[in-house]
Design a binder for this molecule. Sequence first.
Ligand code: ATP
Ligand code: PRP
Ligand code: NIO
Length: 467
Amino acid sequence: MLDFSATYTDQYQLAMSEVYFKKGQKDHTAVFDYYFRKLPYDGGYAIFAGLQDLLKIIEGLRFSEKDIEYLKEQDFDADFLEYLKDFKFRGNIYSVLEGDVVFPTRPILQVEANIIEAQIIETLLLNLLNFQTLIATKASRIKLVSGDRALLDFGLRRAQGPGGYYATRAAIIGGFNGTSNVIAGRDFHIPVSGTMAHSFIQSYDDELSAFRDFAEGRPKDCVLLVDTYDTLKSGLPNAIKVAKEMEERGHKLMAIRLDSGDLAYLSKESRKMLDKEGLDYVKIAASNQLEEDVIKSLLEQGARIDIFGVGTNLVIGRPNGALDGVYKLAYSNEKPRIKISENIVKITLPHKKQVYRLRDSAGKCVGGDLIALSEENEMNEMIHPFEPYKQMKLDRLKKEALLQPVMIGGKSKIEQKSLQEIAKYSADRLAEIPLEYKRFNNPHIYKIGISKALKQERDNLIDAFKK
Ligand SMILES: Nc1ncnc2c1ncn2[C@@H]1O[C@H](COP(=O)(O)OP(=O)(O)OP(=O)(O)O)[C@@H](O)[C@H]1O
Ligand SMILES: O=P(O)(O)OC[C@H]1O[C@H](OP(=O)(O)OP(=O)(O)O)[C@H](O)[C@@H]1O
Ligand SMILES: O=C(O)c1cccnc1
């Protein structure tokens, strides 16, 4: 994992904290909600990712001596800096489990801590969760169209700088099988694999010699890139020749890779050529600016591709540069808090809350999550947060509480899971969501509602501030 210090924050968090400290408010308890307002990719759902890293980083978050020296130069007060020397997050975090399917407006995670600790971790929390959730969602969409074909992340070289490190992690949560990213493989125990670059073939005077040397040097995981000169006239015949030579030595060519041209046509022709030579075990990999729409189209065209290598569009989350996740104060110093806005969707929900997934009597997800006050038990109806005439009766529905204590007193309370376990959980949770919310074009809108008591609390606060 990368090294983080408590200075991985925005200056205003420290400026506000200094004032809380000076004004004797440092022990006031605050509750902040993490949620986003708009689903990425115009899709119907998002996959929550980044939690396990976040908790691990928060547990060890401190200001080093070097940090304190630097902040002294930035004109922070000596007493406040003395306080920061002992900084450590001692609060509680309640969250949806990593990999779960999440929707706009409803809290995904809630921080309950003294106001300074809660404020200082905000930037780190948003930075980690927004990015990984964006990329896990993109990966999940690619997985949805790819079925059981293998998906490899090839994106590190085109990622937004070191963001590629966490993009790979998120890609696995969303359903990718492996990566070319060696450091992410090392740190997150992800299967690492790769093929070969055009440069390897170009560096030889002829393609066949390049293939032969590679097959001899890497006989167990040999994938030959066949498009450097002419895919069907040169790359394939040479790959077939080398595959047969490998057989004579007791090895098997693992795959060929197509990286340009019409991938549907070329994969079908390649499959025919390989099969005709008894090489039906040789898989076909493809890459070149792939993403969910292109993969969907390729498969509709009958492409015979077994492995998709996806880089740029995955790790930069194209076409969305960011998830708009926010961190909003809901309660502090024993009082519910609200942010009012002309734009109704930007009015925040006060109080500590719980979120419930609604299920019918057979346990089937009905396509809605309810936000209620954390102390509430009797929720018989839910009301659209911004269009109150839209209401739904809840009496026959089961309610699954989604926000679980994942950090108490600054200590992580979750069982450390492997990325494969998180990915499996994510796939199971996504499978429970009805298909209409997962289609790419005009997906059904998942219902998010608030309880009557929460609405009452919010409306009272709005009235009080409007007066
Ligand atoms: N049969 C197909 N249907 C839909 N999209 C395809 C098909 N084959 C390839 N593509 C996609 O079309 C785009 C082709 O990109 P481009 O026009 O740059 O061609 P290219 O093959 O990369 O050319 P170059 O030889 O310059 O590398 C890529 O995103 C690729 O994944
Ligand atoms: O298209 P992406 O989804 O981003 O997938 C990664 C791309 O990166 C490599 O090309 P690059 O030109 O960087 O190197 P190479 O062709 O020399 O291997 C690879 O061949 C893919 O085309
Ligand atoms: O292994 C590969 O084929 C690979 C790795 C990174 C980027 N493009 C391709």
